[in-house]
Structure formats: C-alpha cells, structure tokens
Design a protein around this ligand. Structure first.
Ligand SMILES: Cc1cc2nc3c(=O)[nH]c(=O)nc-3n(C[C@H](O)[C@H](O)[C@H](O)COP(=O)(O)OP(=O)(O)OC[C@H]3O[C@@H](n4cnc5c(N)ncnc54)[C@H](O)[C@@H]3O)c2cc1C
Length: 392
C-alpha cells in the first residue's frame, strides 16, 4: 500500500476525530490512524463543553443536541456546602453562555457517525505506526500496513504522544501527586442544570448535570485519599459523597464504575515542528478543575482548520502555509489556561490558614466584581480571545 493524502492524523480520540472533520470541511483529503479499532472504548467521563465548542460541532454537522444537558447555573463554594464564600454564575443574560455537559461516549458516537459519513476521511484502525520521515516536500509514515504520505502530519495521540516524542518536541511537565475520581450517579432530586463545585481540603469536588436525573462526579485530591475513596464499598462511598455535597441531590446511586486518573500539567515547548503539528492532549494536558482540557484541544482543531482552508483555497503547501500562525495562535491560550488551572489546583490544595482566607476572600470579591466575573465567564465560554471561523 502507498497512499497519498493532504493530511495524516495519528490518534482518533475526541480531538483527533474532530480535527479530521474540521480539516475535511476545509477541503483536505485526510487519513485518520489509530492503534485501536474505532469504537467507544471505556471512557465513563463526561465533558463540560464551552459555547464555542458547541458551535464547532454544529458547524461540522455533529449531531449531539439530544445528548446535551445545558448548564443553567454554576456555583463554586469554598468549605462547607452552605459556606458564604462562593462564586455564582446564573445563565440569565445570555442563554447557553455557560455551555453544556455531555457523556464522552455520546460525543464520540456522534463524531464516529459523522466521520463515517465524510468521504474525504479515510480511517486506518487498528494500525501500527512504525516511523515517519520528511522527504521532498512530504511526510512519509511507515506502518505495519505499508506507507502513507501527506503534506502535513497531525499528532492527536494523547498525552504520552509517540508522535511528539519521535518528532523531538520537548515539553514541560509537572506531576501533581493528585488524581481525579470519576463516576456517574442517578439521584432522587432534580439538578435543575446546576454545575456545582466545592473546593475541599486538598482539591475540589465537582457535580456536573447530565440529561435526566443523572450527574457526573469529578472528585480531585491527593492520590492516597482518592485511591482510598475508590476502594470504599458503594454504600460508604455514597454516604461520604452525600455528606460532602450537603445532600442536595437526595438519595443517590452509582450508575458507572468508579475510575481514577492521575493528574499532570504538561505543555509542549512548541506546537509544530517542520510538517508536524500537535493538537489536544498531545500538545497539552491540564488539571481538570476548570473542565477545559478538551475545549482547548477543540480550539487547536478549529485554529488548524482555518490555516488548512486558506492553504487549500490559495493552492499553497498545507504542510507549510497552514502552520504559519498556529504556534502564535495556540501559545497564549494554552499557557494562560495552564497557568490559571495550576494556580487554582495549588491553592485548593493549600490549607494554610492565611492562604485559605485569601482564597475565600478572592472568591467572595470576584462574586461581587461584575467585570471580573464576566471576564471569567467569557474565558469559560471560550470567547475570551480571537475565535477561529468554525467556532463562530
Ligand atoms: C477526570 C477528567 C475530567 C475531565 N473533564 C473535562 C471537561 O469537563 N471538559 C474538558 O474540556 N476537558 C476535560 N478533561 C480533559 C479531556 O478529557 C482531555 O483533554 C481529552 O479527552 C483529550 O482528548 P485527545 O483526543 O487529545 O486524547 P486521547 O483521548 O488520549 O486520545 C488519544 C488517541 O490516540 C490514540 N493513540 C495513542 N497512541 C497512539 C499511537 N502510538 N498510534 C496510534 N494511535 C495512538 C489512542 O488510541 C486514542 O484514541 C478531563 C480530563 C480528566 C482526566
């Protein structure tokens, strides 16, 4: 096999699939490679999608509307559930501005469906990528099924990215010695679209509303405590959880197994090199406290697609022209969000009295300072910076 494409994408996770659709929509012929067969996998997480990410899926014809739970309200408290130290965002001024939650398997199913309908995307999965080289204005990828060539190679192969390592792109890495425990609940009382987060000693507990009387739990904290919570029997786990939530959802049951994820801040030193570009967790992995890692990866996909569209329309080499502004565009967004989530994570883990007091005061003051609050709202909705075409 020797097949030519405009773009090769390694990794068909949520970001790789979206990048393939965005590049095909921009006029490119795309090969999408994954070491595993294309399927839903075992991801029991849900994702908070910013308004700009929702617009991207709409523009790409990805049918997710019936799986979305819009966020009507967002509450962040520090300390006890009824603490006066809180930050509150209501979805009153601009309906939909707080985004929506979707189960990752529902999002992936919709993306796979759209990829299957798109003629300009050819999947190769499972496939083993053995090596790649740049030669004569092309990138040549050797696989266990033969050679594939393209003008541009996009790495979407996750935070341990083989492509990033082989391309010699270094990254800065900080391991938190913290983990997030994730599960899904069904509950007695309606959530009314409230996304609830409580900063607790050593981390944060987030309860994200899903369609119906279901919610996703993301409980982040020091690894030892999270592992202990993961090992509890279900009744003890639910009792502990309910106590931390002040029982606001009434009686609860787990509807998915508990899984934990080790947390890391990792940002590549550059987002492209030669004809290779990084997107998603291959480029950056951030603390899930603000629920922004996937949104960041989707902005990579949409920004890259802008460059691809211009290259296709002007007949330029995609492997060069599409990347001209990519680093510039993605650098500030990624590094500022990485820093913001890092400061939040480090502070939520800090129980020294003076720091706890400053943090609680900051939350209460931000709640009263309208311009600062709306700046935070804009950041969460993905509108705090220049927006790529596919997100408008
Ligand atoms: C607990 C938790 C909660 C989160 N909540 C949110 C949230 O609410 N909102 C949000 O925006 N983000 C959230 N995130 C972040 C988000 O889940 C990730 O940023 C996102 O899933 C990354 O997707 P990806 O496609 O880049 O990488 P991955 O999902 O890791 O996909 C990588 C793909 O590449 C393939 N692959 C790997 N290596 C190779 C290889 N050598 N050859 C071929 N294929 C390969 C894999 O099989 C896989 O399909 C959360 C993260 C965690 C840990």
């Amino acid at each position: 096999m020797k097949t030519e494409f405009d773009i090769l994408i390694i990794g068909a996770g949520l970001v790789g699939l979206t990048t393939a659709l965005a590049c095909a929509d921009s006029g490119a012929k795309v090969a999408l490679l994954d070491r595993a067969a294309l399927g839903l996998g075992k991801d029991s997480r849900a994702s908070a999608l910013a308004a700009t990410s929702l617009r991207l899926f709409e523009n790409l014809g990805v049918e997710i509307t019936s799986h979305l739970q819009p966020i009507h309200d967002m509450l962040v408290t520090d300390g006890a559930p009824n603490s006066p130290w809180q930050l509150h965002f209501g979805d009153t001024q601009d309906a939909g501005s707080l985004g929506a939650i979707i189960a990752n398997t529902d999002l992936k199913a919709a993306l796979l469906q759209r990829v299957a309908e798109t003629q300009a995307i050819q999947p190769f999965a499972p496939i083993k990528v053995e090596n790649f080289t740049e030669r004569a204005g092309h990138i040549i990828v050797d696989t266990d099924q033969g050679e594939l060539t393209a003008q541009l190679l996009i790495a979407a192969d996750g935070r341990e990215s083989m492509t990033r390592h082989k391309a010699g792109i270094t990254s800065q890495r900080f391991d938190y010695d913290a983990a997030s425990l994730v599960t899904t609940l069904s509950h007695e009382l309606p959530h009314e679209g409230l996304a609830w987060q409580r900063m607790i000693k050593g981390g944060a507990l987030a309860v994200l509303p899903l369609p119906g009387q279901h919610s996703q739990i993301v409980w982040s904290g020091p690894t030892a405590g999270i592992k202990a919570a993961e090992a509890l029997d279900e009744a003890d786990f639910l009792a502990l959880l309910s106590e931390k939530m002040g029982g606001y959802l009434g009686a609860m049951q787990c509807t998915a197994p508990r899984r934990s994820y080790a947390l890391r801040l990792q940002v590549a030193d550059r987002f492209h090199k030669g004809r290779i570009a990084l997107v998603g967790d291959a480029a950056h992995s951030i603390h899930p406290l603000a629920g922004q890692g996937l949104n960041l990866g989707l902005r990579d996909a949409a920004a890259l697609a802008d460059g691809v569209k211009t290259s296709v329309e002007t007949g330029q080499d995609i492997g060069i022209a599409a990347l001209l502004d990519y680093d510039l565009w993605r650098n500030i967004d990624t590094r500022s969000l990485g820093l913001l989530t890092h400061v939040m994570a480090q502070n939520s883990g800090n129980d020294r009295a003076v720091i706890g007091h400053v943090r609680r005061l900051g939350l209460a003051l931000t709640n009263r300072a309208t311009p600062l609050k709306s700046a935070l709202e804009k950041h969460a909705s993905g509108q705090g910076r220049e927006v790529p075409n596919l997100m408008r």
